[in-house]
Design a protein around this ligand. Sequence first.
Ligand code: NAI
Length: 260
Amino acid sequence: MPLDGKVAMVSGAARGIGAAIAERLVAEGAHVVVLDREVAAGRATARRLGRADFREVDVSRADEVRAAVEATVAELGGVQILVNNAGIANNTTFLEVSEEEFERVVAVNLTSQFLLGQAVARHMVERGEGGAIVNISSVTAHGGVATQAAYASAKGGVESLTRVMAVALAHEGIRVNAVAPGSTATPMVADFFAQKPELRTMMLSRIPLRRLAEPDELASVVAFLASEDASYLTGQVLIVDGGRRALNYTVPVDDEAGER
Ligand code: NAI
């Protein structure tokens, strides 16, 4: 299998897209370390996957991130793949969002990727065997949403950080890419739809493939980027959004159309 013998750390893998990524990496041969702040869900996911361990981490805390990387290296002998997936969204209008909320959302979505990326990359450089890092961004980095100043800023930062890491680590044989998912059927999106049911119809009308992504459809792209099949790909952002960003503004959208 393509990822046989590799150790992969996946943040936010207790549920949602992260759990799907972890499952896919295990299916391709990797041993996965599930990093999450949710202990019960994280343990359950690791148990379900089999070739996986769980480690409780708040990815916005440098001390916890460092300890998790050190423990993984000590117990499993190394880390060859990192997927920076943990994230939280915010939904407060620009004029209302507080400094505290802004900083928390940036810390969990962006600073965490710097902390974990740096800690794992330092280990990879020391080992001298290269590696692959995949950072999870969002289509929200590519178009304004009035209620997501913090989230969009953080995800825009994720894409810039990805390019910097790719350039800084290329000579070490470490590839760094990002995946920007469109709306994906996970608990995070279910929460949004519960607050605003009309959002679902509106979103579908602007997605040419006329459905949300399934977490598996992101996981397969992440697994590709982490594998040797992507050996000449670094510093890129793959937008996986069912065609949403390809839609020109002159194309009429049908707000009444349902899911395909
Ligand atoms: P989710 O809310 O279903 O899962 C996120 C996971 O991250 C949870 O297990 C949560 O406990 C964990 N987490 C959150 N904060 C953490 C922290 N401080 N430390 C450790 N773990 C933490 O979210 P979903 O939808 O699976 O999103 C995964 C990634 O994909 C996020 O980065 C998100 O921004 C991104 N994304 C999701 C989209 C969607 O439509 N679901 C669209 C675009 C991007």
